[in-house]
Design a protein around this ligand. Structure first.
Ligand code: PXP
Length: 237
């Protein structure tokens, strides 16, 4: 049965819109756990546009499930990860101007740097996933860097406009997953998944965990966090 890690970044986006104290992503995370989330994900961005260092530190101390820290491969983030010690780190590319993470990591260009980065984190007993585009070639390169697993980017699948495009993208996701499985990488998936499009991806039994944020936080405005998480957990399982 796949796990659901709930990304609470956009609870913090709303709080930061007024530089206020609420809504608090920590409270949202605890409610997500009550509703059955298997983990909590946050992306501490270089520009701190949503999650703040304070959120990360309190989440580590309060949540009872697994904390997944998404971060760029920078010196600053490495220092934070080694201090906070989340259960796992997902390394993502980061551009200041983007609205959200736009694509997977450029593993080829940053191979040596990623290898060193991953080794340092794993020596501190922090599991590491790389967020990559769904391509068997990238899975092969990724394997060479020595991570525990991959998170396959489902954004293009989620954004497909036609059934044909959607099935081509889903096949890309599936082919990459099969290769990742063959080389013994843990398989996570995420980005752009919502209540309408998640089921076809959730049918891929090799996926161990989903990281889903925006759709859950958006729905929680209408239904509350617990109901929004309960329904998504039902769909991914
Ligand atoms: N996985 C990664 C690596 C991400 O960067 C994000 C967005 O922060 C997600 C999953 C969740 O995507 P969404 O908010 O579209 O569900």
């Amino acid at each position: 049965m796949a796990r659901l890690s709930v990304n609470v970044d956009h609870v913090a986006t709303l709080r930061q819109a007024r530089l206020s104290r609420e809504p608090d992503p920590v409270t949202a995370a605890l409610k997500a756990e009550i509703a059955g989330a298997d983990g909590i994900t946050v992306h501490l961005r270089e520009d701190r546009r949503h999650i703040q260092d304070r959120d990360l530190a309190i989440l580590k101390k309060t949540i009872k499930t697994r904390l997944n820290l998404e971060m760029a491969a920078t010196k600053e983030m490495l220092g934070i990860a080694l201090e906070v010690k989340p259960h796992m780190v997902t390394i993502v590319p980061e551009k200041r101007q983007e609205l959200t993470t736009e694509g997977g990591l450029d593993v080829r260009t940053h191979m040596d740097k990623l290898k060193r980065f991953i080794q340092t984190l794993r020596e501190s007993k922090i599991a590491v996933n790389l967020f990559i585009d769904p391509s068997p070639d990238i899975v092969k390169l990724c394997h060479k860097t020595g991570p525990d697993g991959v998170e396959i980017h489902t954004g293009r699948y989620a954004e497909a406009l036609t059934d044909r495009e959607r099935s081509v993208e889903l096949k890309r996701v599936y082919d990459s997953i099969l290769l990742a499985k063959r080389v013994n990488l843990r398989i996570h998936a995420g980005h752009g998944l919502d209540y309408q499009n998640v089921s076809d991806v959730a049918a891929i039994k090799e996926i161990e965990e989903f990281a889903i944020g925006f759709a859950i936080v958006a729905r929680s405005v209408y239904t509350g966090m617990e109901e929004a998480v309960r329904e998504m957990a039902r769909l991914v399982r």
